[in-house]
Write a protein that binds this ligand. Structure first.
Ligand code: UTP
Length: 279
């Protein structure tokens, strides 16, 4: 059973400047809830209860969000506004939140390695909170789908989706041998390839389950594309020496790290959750 979930949230979010000049990208709200809270709720729905954040300078708002605000709560106690804090208060009361810092922005692989001190020696999930993943009512959350697969196969898993060939350059892309419907054993992985060098159009999105041996592998991984330590490079090594699975998840993903995806997600959440009183 996967209990721990790591959120690398140290990135600068430059695509959202000036909004992200003094505020973390992960605190941008979809309607009235910050992106990072959707990620935590997805993980809770997968049975996880221990959340670790790799933050950076200017990201204190995330730690404050997952902490009690006594003044505010006292102020609105007994008013109609109290219930607006119910969802976050319940997360705070029922889960554990820890924080560490990535001092230098050396890439996603490096950010994950910085989380080792909080994760320790057990398998864990990774959520990039700027990917919002939604599922039909009653379906397993994307992390729950992956967690079940982990229980069956006991190896690292990346979530993938098919993207148009002219978009593969934005993603890590896999090649794999089909194992069963929607599941591949990874044989190759390339970070942000040009379309003519991409091994497929299966793009890795921001959901991973990683086995803890990944930390030593990352430590031995040289900086790759853009001079950053890429998790894709570490996962390829893990795939060659052992097993990494790629899973075409059931559900829909919005790229909230881009303006278009963020607006699309906002409209989706407004229509499907907020207007139906589910937010
Ligand atoms: P992105 O590529 O989306 O970068 O990182 P970014 O800085 O957040 O956004 P833009 O491109 O400047 O607008 C993917 C994820 O990896 C984390 C980011 O916080 C984001 O969740 N990350 C990336 C780190 O935590 N540390 C890094 O060194 C790099």
């Amino acid at each position: 059973m996967i209990r721990k979930c790591l959120f690398p949230v140290a990135g600068y979010g430059t695509r959202f400047l000036p909004a992200t000049k003094a505020m973390p990208k992960e605190m941008l709200p979809l309607v009235n809830k910050p992106l990072v809270q959707y990620g935590v709720e997805e993980a809770v729905a997968a049975g996880m209860n221990n959340f670790s954040f790799v933050t950076g300078r200017g990201k204190r708002a995330i730690a404050d969000h997952f902490d009690i605000s006594y003044e505010l709560e006292t102020q609105i106690k007994g008013t109609g506004k109290e219930e607006l804090l119910t969802s976050i208060r319940s997360l705070i009361d029922n889960n554990k939140f820890s924080f560490t810092r990535q001092n230098e922005m050396k890439g996603l692989g490096h950010a994950i390695l910085s989380g080792q001190t909080l994760i320790g020696d057990e398998p864990f999930a990774v959520v990039l909170a700027d990917d919002l993943c939604v599922v039909e009512n009653g379906q397993d959350s994307v992390l729950a789908q992956m967690s079940k697969l982990y229980n069956q196969f006991r190896c690292s898993i990346v979530a993938i989706q098919e993207v148009p060939m002219d978009e593969v350059h934005k993603y890590g892309v896999i090649a794999g041998e089909p194992m069963k419907e929607g599941l591949f054993r990874v044989t190759d992985m390339v970070e942000k390839p040009p379309a003519d060098k991409a091994p497929s159009n299966y793009a890795i999105i921001g959901r991973y389950i990683l086995t803890p041996d990944i930390f030593d592998i990352i430590r031995d991984t040289e900086p790759g594309k853009n001079g950053e330590v890429q998790i894709t490079d570490a996962l390829l090594k893990q795939a060659k020496d052992g097993c990494v699975l790629a899973y075409k998840f059931k559900g829909r993903r919005f790229d909230c790290g881009s303006i278009d995806g963020f607006v699309e997600a906002t409209n989706y959440v407004y229509e499907n959750y907020y207007k139906k009183g589910q937010l």
